[in-house]
Design a protein around this ligand. Structure first.
Ligand code: HEM
Length: 607
């Protein structure tokens, strides 16, 4: 296997960057093949000392060096023609040196070095060596990796016209077609203009009650687990909670996946898993002739799509009928009491689109708004389980603001510390960790040229974990975002914080998702204690479209104020930990741990 090599200069000259990243504590990341390889690579300083990086700057390009003696010889030619040739060579030499200086650092290697781990992990390790922009080369495959806030701003905002979704559109075509996430050009413009108004303030405010109702509905599932003395995989739980919420929000359909399973839920998960699988596959196996018939998972996926499309067609037909029967005049902020969904808004506002486009839009929002929020809640709970002092502060705020009732819109605004906890969780675990773009024309980043057609990965993970932008970047510090300041976003943090992307392709569901997370987290923390059992599997990371856990987020759940046990790891909230000193019977419970592990996915391919 080839080791990763650097063929050119790197930008990482800062000792601070190198040292800080190396010293940073990791979040349950087990070192794997690539990390061993990279750690075995000589340090940047050693490599610079060996002259690996100095050559271009000090002596010019190889061609320039090879021709230099000849040029000198010609320059001494008493006949004019020799001196003329020497001059031409000097001009060419300057150009070669200048081109060489603009060549981007290149990391080359074997694709196997990356497969088997979430892609953002090796990208972070490579960033340590190659800096804020480098080319990653795997045989014929070639990606530019961007890890710098200013470069991200250029791609997402300043020069957004020069980029498309590229690879992403190809991967997601089967499920989202020309929905908002993969769409480009005129279709994207038209659809964004039609859909954004549906997410108006009144709509989002109206949704808060629904978020609370769905969260409360899920209590019974947790209570059942408590009764049976079973642990709960909270990653799976949050995935279902988010599915129930997004189904209602987008097309007024109650999946009720928190309390039961049915073919439509199975179909949605089959399609989601396929999308994740495709985004991590080294070859486009789905394009092989006959793949749909010959590969069983492809067949299952196509069957699932039929189930979903039929369901969507039914929902669209039902909603159309409702709109026709409604007497209400459509106003800009129109909200139907019977059906406040985005689908209803689109139909009632007279949006003239084909059924196929409408299905693409609905599927896009279902996917975009589901796994992302579920992942945010999962990793926030995980972080709280590691930081009982922060969990205590969050609970104190929740107790003060909501007491025992459902959260309202006014409460959300008051739950400032809870919001900061979520903001900080999204910094440490951005969903998705990498954004994908394709250059539609050449673009320049300082002296480096990215050519038309290049595929770019903006590593939000690297930007969020960079010691050049963040103090103690690996630490969970919600207070880094002041309670008095506006809610942090890409503008307030100069593109060093991109949980919802930025520029014109920024998430349309940002406020919706933040409110949903605040409501879900605060109500669950108010009602329950979550405890990591001693023998629970470690919480490793893996990716699909978002960051998943490798083995689920297994928690023992208690109604709050129940006397807890000794010997339990990571009680969330110190009130629990203090109380834990007394009880020994509970040790028995911690021995009953039927771990419901979620399937581990391969490396990550984000949207
Ligand atoms: C915590 C939850 C969420 C996170 C972290 C998140 C994150 C993101 C990010 C980073 C992007 C930009 C992608 C890119 O530039 O390539 C995006 C786009 C998008 N998101 Fe979200 N999202 C969340 C929830 C939602 C929800 C609830 C909805 C819909 C109801 C939604 C709908 C969309 C759509 C339609 C786009 C594409 C916008 C466009 O390209 O014009 N998202 N999201």
């Amino acid at each position: 296997m080839n080791s990763l090599k650097c063929y050119n200069r790197t930008h990482v000259t800062s000792d601070r960057l190198h040292r800080n990243i190396n010293q940073a504590p990791r979040h349950d990341i087990s070192p794997r093949l690539l990390s061993q390889k990279i750690n075995a690579t000589p340090s940047l300083e050693e490599r610079m000392k060996n002259g690996e990086f100095g050559e271009v700057d000090s002596k010019g390009s190889t061609k320039e060096q090879l021709t230099r003696p000849f040029r000198k010889f010609l320059a001494n030619d008493p006949v004019g023609i020799g001196r003329y040739l020497a001059l031409q060579l000097a001009i060419a030499g300057r150009q070669w040196a200048s081109h060489a200086a603009k060549r981007m650092p290149v990391a080359t290697g074997d694709i196997r070095e990356i497969i088997g781990q979430p892609v953002f992990i090796p990208l972070e390790q490579l960033y340590r060596v190659y800096g804020k922009i480098f080319r990653l080369s795997f045989g014929p495959k070639n990606f530019i990796i961007i890890s710098d806030p200013a470069y991200a701003k250029q791609i997402l905002l300043t020069n957004a016209d020069k980029y498309s979704k590229g690879l992403l559109s190809e991967i997601l075509d089967f499920v989202m077609g020309t929905g908002l996430i993969p769409a480009d050009g005129e279709i994207w413009k038209v659809r964004r203009r039609a859909i954004v108004p549906a997410m108006h303030k009144k709509y989002v405010a109206n949704m808060v009650g629904m978020f609370a109702a769905c969260t409360r509905h899920g209590y019974s599932t947790l209570d059942k687990a408590i009764e049976k003395g079973e642990t709960v995989d909270m990653e799976n739980y949050f995935s279902r909670l988010a599915l129930d919420i997004i189904g209602k929000a987008v097309f007024n359909y109650d999946f009720d996946s928190l309390t039961h399973d049915d073919p439509i839920i199975q179909a949605v998960y089959t399609v989601l898993r396929e999308a994740e699988h495709r985004s991590t596959a080294p070859i486009s196996y789905w394009n092989l002739p006959g793949a749909t018939f010959l590969i069983p998972r492809q067949r299952r996926c196509m069957e699932a799509l039929v189930v979903i499309n039929n369901k969507l067609d039914n929902l669209i037909a039902k909603c159309k009928q409702l709109v026709e029967e409604e007497e209400a005049e459509f106003e800009e902020e129109f909200l139907s009491e019977e059906d406040p969904s985005i689908l209803h808004f689109l139909l009632a506002s007279g949006d003239q689109i084909s059924s196929k486009q409408l299905r693409d839009d609905l599927m896009t929002m279902l996917v975009a708004g589901h796994e992302t929020t579920a992942a945010v809640l999962t990793w926030t709970l995980h972080l709280l389980s590691q930081h009982p002092d922060i969990a205590d502060r969050l609970r104190a705020e929740v107790d003060r603001v909501i007491g025992d009732r459902d959260v309202t819109l006014d409460d959300v605004k008051e739950l400032k510390f809870t919001t900061r906890v979520i903001n900080e969780s999204m910094r440490l675990y951005p969903q998705p960790p990498v954004l994908i773009r394709r250059a539609l024309e050449d673009d320049t980043f300082d002296k480096f040229v990215v050519e038309k057609g290049a595929d770019l990965f903006i590593s939000v993970w690297n930007i969020h974990h960079s010691p050049t932008s963040w103090e103690n970047p690996e630490q969970f510090i919600p207070d880094r975002f002041s309670l008095e300041a506006p809610i942090p976003n890409e503008v307030t943090e100069s593109f060093a914080y991109l949980p919802f992307g930025g520029g014109r392709r920024k998430c349309i569901g940002d406020q919706f998702a933040l409110f949903e997370s605040v409501v879900g987290l605060s109500m669950l923390m108010r009602q329950f204690e979550f405890v990591r059992p001693v023998n629970a599997p470690p919480v490793g990371m893996t990716t699909g479209a978002t960051i998943h856990t490798t083995n689920g987020l297994i928690m023992e759940v208690r109604r709050r104020n129940v006397v807890p046990s000794q010997g339990l790891m990571c009680p969330i909230g110190r009130d629990y930990a203090v109380a834990a000193a007394g009880s020994k019977q509970e040790l028995l419970v911690s021995a009953v741990v039927p771990a419901v592990a979620t399937a581990a996915h391969a490396l990550g391919g984000p949207f």
